[in-house]
Write a protein that binds this ligand. Structure first.
Ligand SMILES: [Zn+2]
Length: 180
């Protein structure tokens, strides 16, 4: 059964008589194509050949990357910001590609914890840097709209690898300069 047909069934259950909703299943199916387009992307595709020789041996970080995702437990939005940093070895990557890597994994059904790890692993795999640091803070509408019904609550998740694990000062520098 297609997404469109399934949404039709849900709407029939909620409002059996509502004729005004007849276009909604199609709209929802179309919006799902955008919300879940990450399933058709891979990190290698996203980055392509946008790799360049590293001119620096300092932390490179992109902070405040806004994203929306969808919680896999309730299919409700996750809205937040990702901070993605790496310590280059031989190569760096185009800035926009880091944004697109976040999108590639955010546009799937997600847990924030897994999203954090998947972004970090993708940066590691495509760049082979000396270390990767990812911090995400996000609000989950399944906490705001239902359950505890608290808005403004943010979940913060982090993943560090390589030099960010072994060098505490570097990790703290990343957190201080890139995540505040
Ligand atoms: Zn949820």
């Amino acid at each position: 059964m297609t997404i469109e047909k399934n949404i039709q069934e849900i709407l029939k259950t909620l409002e059996p008589e509502a004729t005004r909703l007849h276009k909604t299943p199609h709209r929802v199916a179309e919006s799902y194509k955008e919300l879940f387009c990450g399933y058709t992307q891979s990190p290698e595709q996203v980055v392509g050949d946008a790799l360049y020789e590293a001119p620096t041996s300092e932390i490179i970080a992109l902070r405040n990357i806004p994203f929306t995702s969808t919680c896999e437990h309730h299919m409700l939005p996750i809205i937040g910001h990702a901070h993605v940093g790496y310590f280059p070895d031989k190569q760096i990557v185009g800035i926009s590609k880091l944004v697109r890597l976040v999108e590639c994994f955010a546009r799937r059904l997600q847990l924030q914890e897994r999203l954090t790890l998947e972004i970090a692993q993708a940066v590691h795999n495509v760049l082979a840097p000396k270390g990767v640091a990812v911090v995400i803070s996000a609000e989950h509408l399944c906490i705001a709209q239902r359950g505890p019904k608290k808005s403004g609550v943010q979940l913060v998740t982090r993943h560090f690898s390589g030099v960010f694990c072994s060098d505490r000062a570097l990790r703290e520098e990343f957190l201080r300069t890139c995540c505040l």
